[in-house]
Design a protein around this ligand. Structure first.
Ligand code: PFF
Length: 459
């Protein structure tokens, strides 16, 4: 039932790069990465993360790009076209994406909530940033505001993708460069706050005794999440590329941009944690509560804060649209559903799961509706969704994708597509073939199995 007729295409290479980077750069970089880097030991975690991105991340992205561009189909159709028996790998990715987008839209809504709060009520945010953050999540009663903003964010995501790739490309081209510049500015400001040097030291201090299996699995899951890998989104995006585009350089640029943004966010938030003395802990608190200290300390902080949350929101929306696009492409291309119906159906289920995610953060714990391990520290349903996707489903998706390219489709076919039949240079073609065939499946497989056998938990 797949069809390639009338498929949209990205208007330019830059448009594609910024859209793919827009998908990659998101809440994962700014909301998740700094908290994990902090919890898993700072400098040593950064090194492990960089190695994983350089070896595993780039090769999985290349594998996905070549599958997508070769077939010009969404992930399920793409795999089916290359080998009918393996379409389910695409299906697994669609399922993963769907779970992610449910909670992603809620957190995107928090960014919008904070834009509004910085415009209208900044003194209350600054009076007690952590209390404000927990209040938004339901510490003082039913979290109506967060629910409404989460709903608006989801509607916006749906609205944008109802217009196809052109809208995403246009927005990404304008706002990604601004996000980049603003992040650099904020990082410099955070690093020059009094007391920030302890945070910088923490991030640069390499102590490999802090690295255990949990830290490696965390880094792997984070890399896949951050680079939007393991769920076929990059297959779908590359399917909208023309054969003229250079997949080798595109892969390098997208991976470098995404990793730089994660590092900037880490070097913005961790020094701010040390400088402001706000206890680190809950993941969301890093980007929401901690940064209040930075904005309070700088001239024009209210405006800067508003801008930051607006850009966090934008980073989130360019990612959420990419995930939903993958699901909708599947339903329309594979199941023959009308695009509108597919969108509405997705939105209803997304909203139900998303609301449960939001309520489980704080509200249900306080009300005793959800059994919680450590009061506010362990929002079970929220953690469960993130564990399931980051620790299991994304690595599994990447495992099967690389297994497919390495052993079924063949690295030589992937390389042929990557070079546009020899038109572009691919200096690392041989190492890529080796990594995608042996290193990726073995390393990812071993880490998944170790995680399941030893029951690693986030430290
Ligand atoms: N990469 C996005 C982020 O870092 O926030 C999240 C994401 C988007 C994950 C698309 C997976 C995906 F397919």
């Amino acid at each position: 039932m797949s069809t390639t007729e009338n498929r949209a295409e990205f208007g330019s290479t830059l448009g594609f790069i910024l859209s793919a980077a827009g998908s990659a750069v998101g809440l994962g970089n700014i909301w998740k990465f700094p908290g994990k880097a902090y919890a898993c030991g700072g400098g040593a975690f950064l090194i492990i993360y960089l190695i994983i991105v350089a070896v595993v991340g780039t090769s999985v992205m290349m594998a996905e790009f070549t599958i997508g561009r070769k077939t010009h189909r969404g992930s399920v159709g793409a795999l089916r076209m290359l080998n009918e028996k393996f379409a389910w790998i695409g299906g697994l990715g669609v399922l993963t994406g769907f779970i992610i987008v449910c909670y992603y839209c809620q957190v995107g809504g928090w960014a919008m909530y904070y834009v509004a709060a910085y415009i209208t009520d900044v003194q209350t945010v600054w009076a007690d940033p952590m209390a404000y953050f927990l209040g938004m999540l339901g510490a003082n009663g039913f979290p109506v505001g967060a629910l409404v903003w989460g709903f608006i964010f989801m509607l916006l995501t749906a609205f944008i993708i109802s217009h196809g790739t052109a809208g995403i490309e246009k927005m990404s081209t304008i706002l990604m460069p601004i996000l980049f510049i603003l992040l650099i500015g904020l990082m410099i400001r955070a690093c020059t706050l009094p007391g920030a040097s302890e945070g910088i030291k923490y991030m640069l201090h390499v102590d490999f005794s802090t690295i255990n299996g949990t830290a490696i699995l965390t880094a792997l899951g984070q890399a896949f999440f951050s680079l939007s890998l393991g769920m076929g989104v990059m297959i779908t995006y590359a399917s909208y590329l023309s054969s003229e585009d250079n997949l080798v350089s595109n892969t390098g640029i997208v991976c470098v941009l995404d990793t730089l943004v994660a590092l900037f966010a880490g070097f913005m938030i961790i020094p701010a944690v040390f400088a402001t003395g706000i206890a680190p802990g809950m993941g969301g608190g890093f980007a929401f509560a901690t940064l209040a200290g930075v904005f309070m300390a700088i001239p024009g902080g209210q405006f800067m804060g508003m801008l930051f949350y607006f850009l966090l929101f934008f980073a989130a929306v360019t990612s959420s649209t990419s995930i939903l696009e993958g699901t909708v492409a599947f339903l329309t291309e594979e199941k023959g559903m009308e695009r509108k119906k597919a969108l509405v159906g997705c939105c209803i289920i997304m909203e139900i799961v998303g609301v449960l995610y939001l309520l489980s953060q704080v509200y249900m714990n306080l009300k005793g509706i959800w059994i919680s391990k450590d009061g506010l520290q362990f929002p079970i349903f929220g953690d469960f969704l993130e564990y399931l996707t980051d620790r299991l489903l994304l690595p599994l998706g990447a495992f099967f994708t690389t297994f497919f390219v390495g052993w079924i489709w063949g690295p030589e076919n992937s390389i042929k597509e990557a070079t546009g039949d020899g038109r572009n240079k691919f200096a690392l073609a041989k190492p890529y073939a080796f990594v995608v065939k042996y290193i990726d499946p073995i390393a990812i497989g071993a880490i998944i199995v170790a995680g399941m056998v030893f029951g690693m938990s986030i430290s």
